[in-house]
Write a protein that binds this ligand. Structure first.
Ligand SMILES: *[C@@H]1O[C@H](CO)[C@@H](O)[C@H](O)[C@H]1NC(C)=O
Ligand SMILES: *[C@@H]1O[C@H](CO)[C@@H](O)[C@H](O)[C@H]1NC(C)=O
Ligand SMILES: *[C@@H]1O[C@H](CO)[C@@H](O)[C@H](O)[C@H]1NC(C)=O
Ligand SMILES: *[C@@H]1O[C@H](CO)[C@@H](O)[C@H](O)[C@H]1NC(C)=O
Ligand SMILES: *[C@@H]1O[C@H](CO)[C@@H](O)[C@H](O)[C@H]1NC(C)=O
Length: 454
């Protein structure tokens, strides 16, 4: 893909005999922003091996949910730039990971599968439908894959404690099994909201409202202060919040509320959008750091793990979609994206080839590269292109040009079987740790039984 500034870049290189190692971003030039997105997505795809011989399409064995984040970045990129260079990899990988049941729930990853992991793949599937990625002829439609995730999660709604909610993780041997968290519930809410907007089917509205109302009645989300907490523990009936602040917890609820507002024009959702926007814009764009988007919990202390590096990218994407779906928020959101995209461009100046760092607010490469950094930066570049989105070009629905096939019964059938605990094979440290304890305990029990009983 050759863009205008690619030529400038090469010319500069020829003239000065060196590689220019910074993304040259002119925010008032649409093409320049597209070029920046293109460079950063190219860097992202150098980490993707799923289209090579012997590799699993869309597979990321140790960090499976990040595949969903990568495909979401590709969808976001394609939506805003129109560049379909990577759509083959996108379509093949997103389809393959749906698995035989078409619900992104495969035993390969059962050692660490959480409701949130599955949910992100579900969001990628609905986004494919909303972006009119053509359904594949011999597989599951994008819409049905999202419906499959929805059906599974609906069946996992848990009323044993805390008055409802999804658990964080889905299997009893996982440490997150006894927690209810915002991203799982907010994500399920957003998935239901998007399915409702796309299909118009009442069941999705019912569930979007149910998950929202439960969240607002729990300590996870406060519908007066609009603070979103991270998690709650079922051991004390969800009375003590895990207060760590993350952009994506706000983003999932915000994005879902934006879809609900767009579909219903109900003031309830506009209040929610404005409330969540207000707190998240206050908290995650600290003026002390130039008003640049920041994962405040981990960036200043340089403690972000791979997951956490991705959150800002997801948040950027939800902000852009909120600006599209609730046009009155555009003027508030755009300046925030603008400050951040300029800083991000400067952070993408590493290793002599525009590699991006973690901390955009540093306005230079901070020495920490990775697939996650490339995904996050790609998302801020693509999202800023909302500025050039010609009005009305938002996510489609089944009545505005979307033709992904519906299957309201997708996924759910073998759900009960799939919910049975399976042995851990690899992966999740916390989950594996807990399992070891249980196994040691049961071996001890068995030996005691044999010794005493025998
Ligand atoms: C950038 O350079 C580094 C170090 O040489 C290399 O590992 C990486 O693959 C390069 N990235 C791109 C996008 O070319
Ligand atoms: C895999 O996709 C990349 C684009 O990200 C492309 O450059 C590469 O040629 C593809 N490899 C194969 C084996 O198709
Ligand atoms: C699950 O793992 C098997 C064995 O490595 C592999 O053949 C299969 O493609 C994987 N499935 C998915 C959905 O990743
Ligand atoms: C806030 O949430 C509670 C609990 O769901 C609900 O009773 C109340 O009506 C909500 N308030 C507003 C303003 O939506
Ligand atoms: C819904 O979103 C579209 C863009 O996709 C926008 O044109 C329209 O005005 C929005 N509707 C409402 C009620 O805000």
């Amino acid at each position: 893909m050759w863009f205008k500034s690619t030529w400038t870049y090469l010319l500069y290189g020829l003239l000065f005999g060196q590689k220019v190692s910074a993304i040259d971003l002119q925010i008032d030039d649409e093409q320049s922003v597209k070029d920046a997105a293109s460079q950063s997505i190219y860097g992202m795809m150098t980490w993707y091996k799923g289209n090579e011989t012997g590799q699993i399409p869309g597979g990321f064995p140790d960090k499976w949910w990040e595949g969903a984040a990568l495909f979401l970045a590709l969808l976001n990129y394609w939506h805003f730039t129109g560049d379909d260079t990577y759509n083959d990899e996108l379509s093949v990988g997103l389809q393959f990971q749906g698995g035989p049941n078409g619900d992104y729930w495969t035993s390969n990853y059962s050692s660490f599968l959480g409701n949130d992991d599955q949910m992100f793949w579900g969001l990628a599937a609905i986004q494919a439908a909303e972006s009119k990625l053509p359904d594949v002829s011999d597989g599951h439609s994008w819409l049905s894959l999202a419906q499959g995730v929805f059906n599974d999660q609906k069946n996992r709604w848990d009323t044993t404690k805390c008055g409802g909610g999804l658990r964080w993780q889905a299997f009893v041997y996982q440490s997150g099994y006894t927690m209810k968290n915002s991203v799982s519930n907010g994500g399920f809410f957003q998935l239901a909201a998007r399915l409702y907007r796309y299909t118009g089917d009442a069941i999705y509205k019912e569930w979007a409202e149910k998950v929202w109302d439960w969240s607002a009645s729990s300590i996870l989300m406060n519908n007066k202060t609009w603070v979103v907490q991270d998690s709650a523990n079922m051991d004390d009936d969800c009375t003590t919040p895990g207060r760590i602040q993350w952009t994506y917890n706000y983003g999932v609820y915000l994005g879902g509320a934006a879809y609900m507002y767009n579909k219903t024009s109900d003031d309830k959702w506009l209040t929610a959008v404005n409330g969540l926007l207000k707190t998240s814009l206050q908290d995650f764009f600290p003026s002390k750091f130039g008003g640049v988007m920041q994962e405040v919990t981990c960036e200043p202390s340089e403690q972000c793990n791979n997951n956490e590096v991705l959150f800002k990218g997801l948040f950027s994407w939800w902000l852009a979609y909120t600006a599209l779906l609730v046009p009155t928020t555009y003027d508030t959101i755009l300046p925030k994206l603008e400050t951040s995209v300029q800083a991000a461009a400067k952070s993408c100046s590493g290793l002599g080839n525009n590699t991006c760092g973690v901390r955009w607010y540093m306005s230079k490469y901070d020495g920490m590269n990775g697939m996650e950094q490339q995904i996050a930066a790609s998302n801020i570049f693509s999202s800023y292109l909302v500025k050039y989105e010609h009005s009305g070009n938002g996510p489609v629905t089944s009545t505005t040009g979307g033709d992904s096939k519906s299957n309201p019964n997708a996924g759910a059938e073998s759900n009960t079987d799939k919910n049975k605990a399976k042995p851990v094979t690899s992966g999740d440290k916390a989950g594996a740790g807990i399992l070891t304890v249980i196994m040691v305990a049961s071996w001890a029990g068995l030996i005691a039984f044999v010794l005493i009983g025998g």
